[in-house]
Write a protein that binds this ligand. Structure first.
Ligand code: NAG
Ligand code: NAG
Length: 216
């Protein structure tokens, strides 16, 4: 979940790295890739550690529209998610395992209200419980944890599910029972996602401030 606080953490890491290297040599893109990996390993344990390839450079542009077009919004249904991931070269397994990244964090009421009041393919107890946090009217910014252990990287995200025997269901069942399979496949898909169209060589730049492009 992106919050203003997470930007401040990135600023602090950037400052520490620049100080240690005595100049700006590590891109913000690499810092984010490493920070994602390390936070997962800190909250989940050593089994979640994976090797991150480095050498990315930062973009000379920033586009809110491109971000909104490329990142799947919270209201996408399953077929829309599959299509979105496919457009980035990510398959069904990547979708299922990377969705497990929601093992940490919270969601705003506005993002799941429809689902807990109007959907039928949802665990009834789970929905009733969330309705206490998220009323039909008001409380838009109330937060509910993504799973029962929001500060821990684990497989409890996969436990609440109602399957129909499809390929994605078999993956969910595997991950819910086998944290090693989840940890391994999560690392593989994170590396794959982290390597999508990186800027390297003379492309892009090494940003001095992760919040904005360098002035030239
Ligand atoms: C998912 O959403 C798309 C676009 O709104 C719609 O065409 C499709 O029928 C939906 N699929 C399911 C399974 O609900
Ligand atoms: C549930 O669906 C009804 C009918 O489409 C709609 O009027 C209502 O606003 C929805 N409720 C929520 C909480 O989204």
């Amino acid at each position: 979940m992106k919050t203003p606080k997470s930007f401040e953490v990135v600023d602090q890491i950037k400052a520490a790295v620049t100080k240690a290297c005595k100049r700006d040599v590590v891109s913000c893109a690499d810092i984010l890739a490493i920070a994602a990996r390390d936070s997962v390993a800190i909250l989940g344990g050593k089994q979640y550690w994976y090797q991150v390839l480095l050498g990315r450079r930062d973009s000379r542009f920033a586009s809110r529209d491109a971000a909104n077009t490329n990142l799947p919004p919270p209201f996408f249904n399953f077929s829309q998610l599959i299509k979105n991931f496919k457009s980035h070269g990510l398959n069904l397994k990547d979708l299922v395992v990377l969705s497990g990244g929601h093992t940490i964090g919270f969601s705003k009421c506005t993002n799941f209200r429809n689902r807990i009041y109007n959907d039928t393919n949802i665990d009834k107890k789970f929905a009733a419980n969330l309705q206490k946090t998220c009323p039909q009217i008001g409380g838009d910014n109330n937060l509910a944890p993504f799973d029962s252990t929001p500060n821990k990287v684990d497989t409890s995200f996969y436990k609440l599910f109602k399957g129909d025997g499809s390929q994605s269901d078999r993956l969910v069942q595997l991950y819910s029972k086998n944290s090693y399979a989840f940890a391994y496949d999560f690392g593989v898909s994170m590396i794959k996602m982290g390597n999508l169209k990186p800027l390297t060589g003379k492309k892009g730049e090494i940003r001095c401030n992760c919040r904005k492009v360098n002035k030239i």
